[in-house]
Structures are given as structure tokens and as C-alpha cells.
Design a protein around this ligand. Structure first.
Ligand SMILES: [Zn+2]
Length: 125
């Protein structure tokens, strides 16, 4: 199951991309010039959006469970991802950009309207 969770082009990220594209926003994907290769980059607005998988980035929701087998391995892996996320956000902000991180679970169909309001508010602020 885990091997099928890919880092790029995940379903929640695609939902966010489709939504913002339909609203007329244009963005660069996975821009390597910025720390952490943010999922969506809005160069003229100097803003980036990360869409984090709840499992890999250790969200405090049901999807952010930690497997009980190999617990030490998963703790190191997920805590490492979280630490790297924080470093990336700090580094991007230090470059004068603004960052919004959204969780995969916020891109579920029943929550997508609220997510859309958050994204638009961020991009238009
Ligand atoms: Zn979550």
C-alpha cells in the first residue's frame, strides 16, 4: 500500500491544481529553485502552496497514524519529514515569499469548498 503513495501528482494535489486552474490561477509546479520544491508556485505573487500527505507528514488526523510495526523507523521518517517541512517554510519565507501548507485531508470532496476559500484568501491577500 505504501509503495503506491507517490510524492508527486497525488490525488489531493491534483484536486487543488484543478480547482485553482479552473479559477484562473496559473502556477509553476515543483519549482526546484525554491527549498522543498513547493507543489504550486505563484511567481508573480511570490507565494507557494504545499499539499502535504497526512501520513508522510504526520498530520494529527486519522490518516496521520503511525504504523505500530517498525515504530522507530516510521517515527524517524515522519519526524524527519516534519523537520524538513519546517526548514523549507522558514527558508522560503526568508526569501520574501509567503507559504500556505494544506493537508491532504482538507482536499476531500466534502471539504473542498472551505479549502477553496482558504486558498483564494491566501492568494489574494
Ligand atoms: Zn490529515
Amino acid at each position: 500500500m505504501m509503495s503506491r503513495i507517490r510524492a508527486k501528482d497525488t490525488k489531493p494535489e491534483m484536486a487543488v491544481r484543478r480547482m485553482l486552474h479552473a479559477l484562473g490561477y496559473r502556477y509553476v509546479l515543483h519549482d526546484k529553485r525554491l527549498p522543498g520544491k513547493p507543489d504550486l508556485v505563484f511567481p508573480s505573487r511570490r507565494k507557494v502552496v504545499f499539499v502535504h500527505g497526512c501520513f508522510w507528514h504526520g498530520h494529527s488526523c486519522g490518516r496521520g497514524f503511525r504504523p505500530s510495526s517498525n515504530a522507530a523507523f516510521w517515527a524517524a521518517k515522519i519526524d524527519g519529514n516534519r523537520a524538513r517541512d519546517r526548514r523549507n517554510v522558514r527558508a522560503i519565507r526568508a526569501m520574501g515569499w509567503r507559504v500556505l501548507s494544506v493537508w491532504e485531508c482538507a482536499a476531500q470532496p466534502r471539504k473542498i469548498d472551505a479549502l477553496q476559500r482558504r486558498l483564494v484568501a491566501f492568494l489574494e491577500s
